[in-house]
Every structure is written in structure tokens, then in C-alpha cells.
Design a protein around this ligand. Structure first.
Ligand SMILES: CC(C)(COP(=O)(O)OP(=O)(O)OC[C@H]1O[C@@H](n2cnc3c(N)ncnc32)[C@H](O)[C@@H]1OP(=O)(O)O)[C@@H](O)C(=O)NCCC(=O)NCCS
Length: 151
């Protein structure tokens, strides 16, 4: 049975839950102060997604994009480990691309660790094309693939 997904724009009052979700998804968590700044910035699109049936409708995923002129870049994207593979990552990206397109953004850039199959497949399935590689980009030495998605 298909699950019900919802995506909404985050506000500064969501900073705590954004920081907590980020910590579930990445080894180096971004703190609440940073999340509050993102959520308050007009240059940043901050989305929160939920899958119906979560604990009290709790947020399950997030996506943060920085806009610059007619381009934008995904700063971070994550879905809580226990809620993956249910379509929320795709829904967050599709909502972001629709909002960015409506606001005049022409191209979205995404960086992903080489070997992160889930993210690579998700980006490719939405039409993202690999346009470059940053060798040793991550602290632990892994390369980053740069994807570009025409909006
Ligand atoms: C990448 C991530 C956000 C995907 O979120 P998700 O909600 O699980 O993704 P979805 O359920 O929407 O799946 C969308 C597509 O991603 C791909 N995908 C998802 N999980 C996958 C997996 N474990 N292996 C391979 N492909 C996968 C598939 O192509 C899938 O489409 P399909 O189901 O039609 O085949 C999630 O795995 C995550 O939070 N990872 C840790 C953080 C991260 O790597 N973020 C991205 C880089 S910043």
C-alpha cells in the first residue's frame, strides 16, 4: 500500500528537529544554531518531510538548498534511517525542484560521496548528470561527485 508523504517549508522553530534528524543521517551533525540560520535565510530553502504513521507525525527527513542567482546548490539531504526507501527523499527533491523552478532557478547542483549508491541513483533518476569529481573532498578522503540538474 502506498504511504502518505508530506513536505513543508521549515521555519526557525524547526531548528531542533532539523539538527536532530541531521545527526541521525550524518557523522558530523549540524547544530541547532546553524539550522535556525538556514531556516531564517531568504537565500535558503529548507524543507521537512514526514511519512504518515511516524511517531506523532514526527518529521522524518529534510532538505536544505542555497540559492544564488539563477542557480542553487543542495547543502544537505537526509531521511531518518528507519524511514528510508519509502519515497521521502524523492518527494523532498521533487518539491524543492518545483519550488526552485517556480522562483526562476535554472540549475541545481548536488554533491554526493562517490559510492553513495542511494543518493547517486536518486539524483540520476531525477535527471541529474555527473559533471565533475572533487578528489579527496571529504574529511575521510572520499571523492565527491558533482551532479547538475537542469530545471
Ligand atoms: C539518499 C537518501 C536521502 C534517499 O532517501 P530515501 O527516502 O531513502 O529515498 P527514496 O525512498 O525516495 O528512493 C528514491 C530512489 O533512491 C534510490 N535509492 C534509495 N535507497 C536506495 C538504496 N539503499 N540503494 C540503492 N538505491 C537507493 C532508488 O533509485 C530510489 O528509487 P526507486 O525506489 O524508484 O528505485 C537517504 O538514503 C539518506 O538519507 N542517506 C543518508 C544521507 C545522504 O547520503 N544524503 C545524500 C547526500 S547529501
Amino acid at each position: 500500500m502506498p504511504v502518505a508523504l508530506s513536505v513543508r517549508q521549515a521555519g526557525p522553530f524547526d531548528a531542533g528537529v532539523l539538527a536532530s534528524l541531521h545527526g541521525e543521517c550524518f557523522a558530523r551533525a549540524w547544530d541547532e544554531v546553524a539550522m535556525a540560520q538556514f531556516a531564517a535565510s531568504p537565500e535558503v530553502l529548507c524543507l521537512i518531510g514526514s511519512i504518515a504513521g511516524g511517531a506523532g507525525g514526527a518529521p522524518d527527513g529534510f532538505l536544505i538548498v542555497r540559492k544564488a542567482g539563477d542557480e542553487a546548490e543542495i547543502l544537505t539531504l537526509g531521511v531518518a534511517p528507519s524511514r528510508r526507501n519509502m519515497g521521502l527523499g524523492r518527494a523532498l527533491l521533487q518539491t524543492a525542484t518545483a519550488l526552485l523552478r517556480a522562483g526562476g532557478t535554472k540549475r541545481l547542483f548536488l554533491e554526493v560521496e562517490a559510492g553513495n549508491e542511494a543518493a547517486l541513483r536518486l539524483y540520476r533518476s531525477l535527471g541529474g548528470e555527473a559533471v565533475g569529481l572533487r578528489t579527496g573532498y571529504y574529511e575521510h578522503g572520499a571523492d565527491a561527485a558533482i551532479f547538475s540538474l537542469a530545471l
